[in-house]
Unconditional design. Sequence first.
Length: 255
Amino acid sequence: MRFFKLFCFGLSGVILYTVSYLRAIQASPPPANPPTPKASAAKAAPIEKITDNLYRLGTLLIDMKAHTLTCPGEINMDSGDVEYLAVTPMGKTYESLLRLNVRPLYLQVGLLLLGLEPKNVLRYQGDPTSPQGDPVDILVRWEDRNGIEHQVRAEDLLMEGSKGSPMPHHPWVFTGSRILPEGFEADLCGSLVAVWHDPAAILDNPMQEIQNDWMVNPAKTPRRGTSIRVIFKAIHVPKQTSPSLPQHTDPDAKR
């Protein structure tokens, strides 16, 4: 069952539905997160149309043609053990490779706008169950001191600590964070992409976990504080089949 069958409504319907969803979730203001826009129950953050295919939601750039989301951030760790690929500045930065300047709710909405389906089957952090959801490639882009641009898959920046071998290339999965009575869980804790399975995160590492043994790959990771752009690319995108608007929407629909 789809979390929201957004892609069936056409792009204009998707935008209207998304604004409604944002307003519903934002009825309970999220914790303060200075790098991201503030939201209120009365006015949802607008989706700004840049071109026919490009939209902006907060700091998130949505490319409907390329099926990508792009947001700014920086390298948060260049050595040590990690449990998250990415968090916000208010998240668990002491164990995250990347720190991204994006509101978690907007990242989840952006993935929904691309037509992706989450499926959160995790019960707790470290759950050995393999996460499920639509696949997403994650790319990290930066410039070095000489102005030369580099781009790698997110997996290249991680390695298995006990073996020293790099993380195999694979798509990550859009599990989707949970909606709690207190609000949108990823907004509350700042978790974006988990390496060690976490139901609060929006995307997760699909590899089955017995123990958390992932570390920063220092041979591939630029120095801490390096400015980056992170690109989330949908792999299998449903075809938008209808340009008509939805007749009824339920912002509180559950997965």
